[in-house]
Design a protein around this ligand. Structure first.
Ligand SMILES: Cc1cc2nc3c(=O)[nH]c(=O)nc-3n(C[C@H](O)[C@H](O)[C@H](O)COP(=O)(O)O)c2cc1C
Length: 188
């Protein structure tokens, strides 16, 4: 299969997740285009058999580049198998209120873009203190405290469950079949 993996990231964890997904699909024999959504101009989705989109939650919303791409390409995305990797810290825990919040953020995203992903995998992200400025570092330390998480000054803390991500990717890719590309019709 020929798969697009398109991601938006603020602090780098979603980029790491997208690269991991690309490596996984490559190692199982698929062809992959890895794309930062800041640079998605002119992309023709008809070239791909399926698309993985990834972005992370920041103050209840996903990145503008992801929203813009999903909205602009909603019609093309609806015609192909898609997987949305929705990265957040809420997905790291079992708090019912946090998960209700995740579902609401997803519903808002779908309403805003007019795109309903074929599959959604909520992926736990990371505290990336090495990337935060003073104020975000302070705010994220407070959030960590509220959640009862211990964090060390300046040190990142990762919650991503890589084994669960492999299962999600393998399960999704197994549902794909090659699309007949324009100009690639068999000569007989
Ligand atoms: C300023 C800020 C706001 C955040 N807001 C949320 C949020 O509303 N809900 C949530 O579950 N996680 C939230 N997070 C956690 C991020 O989704 C998580 O750190 C993720 O790994 C970020 O991915 P990125 O490094 O690709 O940007 C927030 C993180 C930061 C730094």
């Amino acid at each position: 299969m020929y798969v697009l993996i398109a991601y938006a990231t603020t602090d780098g964890q979603t980029r790491k997740i997208a690269r991991f997904a690309a490596d996984r699909l490559l190692s199982s024999g698929h062809a992959v285009e890895l794309l930062n959504l800041e640079d998605a101009g002119g992309l023709d989705l008809a070239r791909f058999d399926g698309a993985v989109l990834a972005g992370s939650l920041h103050a209840g919303g996903y990145q503008t580049a992801l929203i813009r791409f999903a909205r602009d390409q909603a019609a093309a995305l609806a015609l192909m198998p898609t997987l949305f990797l929705a990265v957040s810290l809420s997905a790291a825990g079992q708090d019912a209120e946090d998960w209700a919040g995740l579902r609401q953020c997803l519903a808002d995203f779908e309403a805003e873009t007019n795109w309903t992903p074929g599959r959604v995998e909520h992926v736990a992200g990371a505290f990336r203190f090495s990337e935060y400025d003073f104020f975000r570092s302070w705010a994220m330390r407070r959030i960590a405290e509220q959640k009862g998480e211990t964090v060390e000054p300046g040190k990142d803390k990762e919650y991503t469950d890589w084994a669960a991500l492999i299962l999600a990717l393998d399960g999704w890719i197994a549902t794909l079949s090659p699309r007949l590309k324009a100009g690639a019709a068999s000569a007989g």
